[in-house]
Write a protein that binds this ligand. Structure first.
Ligand code: B12
Length: 291
């Protein structure tokens, strides 16, 4: 038992959800290799901390990248961190990048689906989708054919994420979250990622796609009784109409619906978001399903 274990709040199923492993595998690994995670609550329940979840996710990633668990399970967190340099994971992206450079949309899609099936949703997002988007970012704006590559890549990513999202079923009675981007915000992938994460956390998600006017959001809230609304804001960051649109969203949804906004452009509208009582930031902790 490690000494932070007593403060753990995460049960084994939640730990499994976060790491993409099953409870059975976690128990087996603990038994065999002593992973240096977890402790017991006063009622003798096995509980884990956020650091434990991060350590276990890292161990699982390193194992998938070819490291042997018996050899790495006892390393310190710092030593594990060193192993997980970009280099270790570079290979993982190589075939995806090549498919993009070859304009081979079918191969790209197949590779992405394959990754998702092998790694599970969270690992796929963290270690394939986000690094790939970082690579795409500004990669070829000056290169002829570069814009086509970017469009091809994001169309494939979008489509795989959308399939993943629509496959995630909510438990009965789950609270309802609407996810969209406000009018004028056309970048959609952030909203899709939020929809996926929220569904994994037990929300029933109604995904409305990008660029939705306030009045439409209001209609859906009233019709569905949604408890919360997540807005992704990426680009532009200087839309003079967006502050009014955000105020209109609050008026439409009423005072009780929780509103959260994230995405790389959200901070540009921080004051406006604050003024409508929206939470801002990428912390998905707010998506904790209300008790
Ligand atoms: C994919 C992409 C596109 C695709 C969009 C496809 C689609 N259907 O969405 C295409 C190719 C069409 C495109 C077009 C353009 N794009 Co673009 N695009 C990107 C790219 C690569 C990813 C954008 C994205 O989806 N981000 C969303 C997520 C993945 O990232 P994030 O915002 O950091 O969000 C993270 C968190 O904040 C969180 N999150 C996101 N939303 C929310 C919401 C909540 C509630 C919470 C809790 C968390 C959360 O999730 C993410 C994961 O951690 C970025 C570069 C990049 N890597 O971000 C450029 C980028 C956003 N694009 C950019 C630009 C300039 C454009 C164009 C103007 C290019 C052009 N000259 O035509 C057009 C504009 C289109 C338009 N009408 O708005 C710039 C914006 C620069 C700026 N000033 O901010 C960027 C940053 C590229 C760059 N470095 O220049 N783009």
């Amino acid at each position: 038992m490690n000494d932070t274990a007593a403060k753990g709040t995460i049960g084994i199923q939640a730990l499994a959800d976060r790491t993409g492993l099953t409870p059975h595998v976690i128990r087996a690994w603990e038994r065999r290799y002593g992973l240096g995670i977890g402790g017991r609550s006063e009622s003798n329940r096995r509980l884990y901390t956020e650091e434990d979840a991060r350590r276990l996710a890292l161990l699982a990633r390193l194992r998938r990248a070819g490291h042997s668990l018996p050899r790495i399970a006892h390393l310190s967190d710092e030593e594990l961190g060193r192993l997980s340099t970009e280099e270790v994971f570079a290979d993982r992206l190589a075939s995806l990048r090549q498919a993009i450079l070859d304009y081979d949309a079918i191969r790209l899609r197949r590779l992405l689906e394959d990754r998702l099936a092998k790694s599970g949703a969270r690992d796929f997002v963290a270690n394939d989708v986000l690094p790939l988007l970082r690579w795409i970012d500004g990669q070829w704006s000056e290169t002829p054919g570069g814009i086509a590559s970017e469009h091809l890549a994001t169309a494939a990513i979008r489509s795989v994420l959308d399939d993943l999202r629509s496959d995630l079923a909510a438990p009965p009675g789950a609270p309802l979250l609407l996810v969209t981007t406000p009018r004028g915000q056309h970048h959609e992938l952030g909203a899709l990622l939020v929809a996926i994460e929220a569904a994994l956390r037990g929300w029933q998600v109604v995904y409305l796609g990008p660029n939705l006017p306030a009045a439409e959001i209001g209609i859906v809230v009233r019709r569905t009784g949604a408890e919360a609304l997540a807005l992704s804001i990426v680009y532009p960051t200087d839309d003079l109409g967006l502050p009014d649109e955000l105020r209109a969203i609050r008026e439409e949804v009423g005072p009780h619906v929780r509103v959260v906004a994230g995405g790389r452009g959200a901070v540009a509208y921080a004051e406006d978001l604050k003024s409508i009582g929206a939470r801002i930031g990428d912390d998905l902790g707010f998506l904790q399903v209300p008790a």
